[in-house]
Design a protein around this ligand. Structure first.
Ligand code: HEC
Length: 128
């Protein structure tokens, strides 16, 4: 039988282990994904992106799918594509503010099977 003080420290150690595995990611996610940002992102997506990328990010004949896409992982590439466009996609640098770019990309990165966390307005500012 361990002494009572040892039992207590063992319990604390276990609690810390459980929290590292379970508590922190959930807490961090709830903190990082601002509900207002996700709502703003949804509206922006419908207005500027859905015509080509599909209502649910499933793609159309005018744009590739964004759902369950590991290509959304790299923030710099993602912001660059959105600001400057690509071969067939128009750039949105002159249309969307830093806050709007980060909101729509936060929505895309955390919807339809994607779970990559937020994009910050400073990411858009940095890459303009
Ligand atoms: C006129 C159609 C069109 C619109 C509108 C459009 N896209 Fe695109 N998008 C494309 C095409 C086509 C590509 C493929 C690469 C290229 O040709 O630029 C693409 C590629 C992308 C990619 C890279 C995907 C990958 O798999 O590499 C991202 C991210 C993206 N678009 C985000 C957006 C966002 C965010 C918006 C709205 C702000 C948007 N797009 C609006 C047509 C469009």
């Amino acid at each position: 039988m361990p002494a009572p003080s040892q039992t207590t420290s063992e319990l604390k150690r276990l609690a810390a282990m459980v929290c590292t595995g379970l508590c922190l990611p959930g807490a961090a996610l709830a903190q990082d994904l601002d509900a207002e940002v996700m709502t703003a992102g949804t509206t922006l997506y419908q207005d500027f992106c859905a015509a080509c990328h599909g209502e649910q990010g499933s793609g159309t004949s005018s744009g590739p799918p964004l759902a369950t896409s590991s290509r959304l992982q790299n923030i710099d590439k993602l912001v660059g594509q959105t600001l400057d466009g690509g071969e067939y996609m128009p750039g949105f640098a002159f249309l969307l503010s830093d806050a709007e770019v980060s909101a729509v990309l936060t929505l895309i990165r955390n919807s339809w099977g994607n779970d990559f966390g937020p994009v910050q307005p400073t990411d858009a500012e940095r890459l303009r």
